[in-house]
Design a protein around this ligand. Structure first.
Ligand code: AMP
Length: 417
């Protein structure tokens, strides 16, 4: 059997590429207007970077990473998310030497060994934005407004922003203890993973998808009851700024994220349109992460949106499937040579021109022009070439006009590429 792609890793085919380009170009434009600069970090990082940042007890680190030993015996991992690499690059390149906030964005592939299904792949792509050295709450609101703005520009509807605050090192331990006390008497109903997590990170139990765990979590204490004054105030300010910006949201005191490094604001962009995969994007504040990775204490916040899931929510647009501006149907050797030269001149001007290299009938060439979706076809035989004038056919309405051949380049250029 012919060799196939690795499970969960998909080809992006030419028919889908324009949608992706639209998503990426719109994202770059929106991120640029909010002052984000692009950073590109390697796909491979040292495994300990992810273990120390995302958290040993998370599904990502404990089950989903593509980790291997390279030929030098170093343990390397294909990045499962972008934040850890961006933070590493921020520290390694001492970007913090310049006063913040530092607004960084990156677009690229991530890798998680999950069970593939619609909207869930093993190689997927994220649009990722981070604001480093910003304690918020304006930073939180700005990032969320930007994400909402991007979704609006893309025309992605039916997405709800869901917000929570996960507290800070002052108030979260109190909540952790409350959860441990609550779950302690109910351990029997929890899955094996959750029984283990209980000691290290009981918040993760709230995020478990197993029915038994979900049921027990229903009655668990809510983090909103444990927020310290400054966490409560921070969250109120974020909500106030979002209201003021016209960004609608819901709050969910049960929202916890799959990564350990979040503090305070955590959020997800949820949709009901993608079946089991209900998140288009998510993120949150990670005020302690940079210090934990050996850097100066630097509050930060970020989000990632999944390109595959955005693409699933986007309808195709006719302008993405546009064909060549001109097809030259040349009949005979001399017309073909002439057409070959003019085609290069038009292409230098950025105009998409096609012709056939082989001697085929007019009918076959018209069929090809149609298939490619050409806007106009120039029909050029030896006679037309001799007369210096040839019919130009508009493929949308079938109308035909005679075009002096020495005007073709100027005419097409004037009409815009
Ligand atoms: P996370 O870092 O898990 O919150 O992921 C952020 C976003 O990335 C999600 O909301 C998805 O849109 C996307 N994403 C995460 N994992 C996958 C996956 N396995 N396949 C496709 N998209 C994913």
């Amino acid at each position: 059997m012919a060799i196939q792609a690795v499970r969960g890793m998909k080809d992006l085919l030419p028919s889908e590429a324009p949608k992706w380009r639209f998503i990426e170009a719109t994202a770059r434009e929106v991120f640029g207007s909010f002052g984000f600069s692009e950073i590109r970090t390697p796909i491979l990082e040292r495994t300990e970077l992810f273990a120390r940042s995302i958290g040993e007890e998370t599904d990502i680190v404990s089950k989903e990473m593509y980790t291997f030993e390279d030929r030098s015996g170093d343990s390397l991992t294909m990045r499962p998310e972008a934040t850890a690499g961006v933070v590493r690059a921020f520290l390694e390149n001492k970007l913090y030497a310049v006063p913040g906030p530092h607004k960084l964005c990156t677009i690229g592939p991530m890798f998680r060994h999950e069970r593939p299904q619609k909207g869930r792949l093993r190689q997927f792509h994220q649009l990722d934005c981070e604001i480093l050295d910003d304690a918020g709450p304006q930073g939180d609101a700005e990032l969320l407004v930007m994400a909402a703005h991007l979704l609006e520009r893309l025309g992605v509807r039916q997405v709800t922003l869901v917000l929570n605050s996960l507290g800070c090192p002052e108030c979260r331990p109190v909540f952790k203890q409350q959860l441990q006390d609550y779950f302690a008497g109910r351990q029997g109903g929890l899955c094996e993973d959750c029984r283990r997590r209980l000691a290290t990170n009981p918040l993760r139990v709230l995020d478990c998808k197993q029915e038994g765990c979900k049921e027990i979590s229903q009655g668990a204490p809510l983090i909103s009851g444990s927020w310290c004054e400054s966490c409560g105030e921070h969250f109120d300010q974020v909500k106030r700024l979002l209201d003021q910006s016209g960004v609608t949201f819901e709050t969910d005191p049960k929202l916890v994220r799959g990564l350990d490094y979040y503090t305070r604001t955590a959020f997800e962009f949820k949709t009901t349109q993608l079946g089991a995969q209900d998140a288009v994007g998510g993120g949150g504040r990670y005020d302690g992460l940079i210090e934990a990775l050996g850097g100066p204490a630097t509050p930060a916040i970020g989000f990632a949106l999944g390109v595959e899931r955005l693409a699933l929510l986007l309808e195709d647009r006719p302008e993405w499937q546009q064909g060549p501006r001109l097809f030259i149907a040349a009949l005979g050797e001399e017309p073909r040579d002439w057409a070959f030269g003019v085609a290069q001149e038009l292409r230098r001007a950025g105009i998409w021109v096609e012709m056939t290299a082989q001697a085929t009938s007019l009918k076959a060439q018209m069929r090809r022009a149609n298939k490619l979706g050409a806007s106009q076809v120039l029909i050029l035989g030896g006679e037309e070439l001799g007369a210096g004038i040839a019919p130009l056919k508009d493929m949308a309405n079938g109308e035909q006009e005679d075009l002096p051949l020495d005007q073709i380049v100027d005419r097409l250029k004037a009409a815009g590429a």
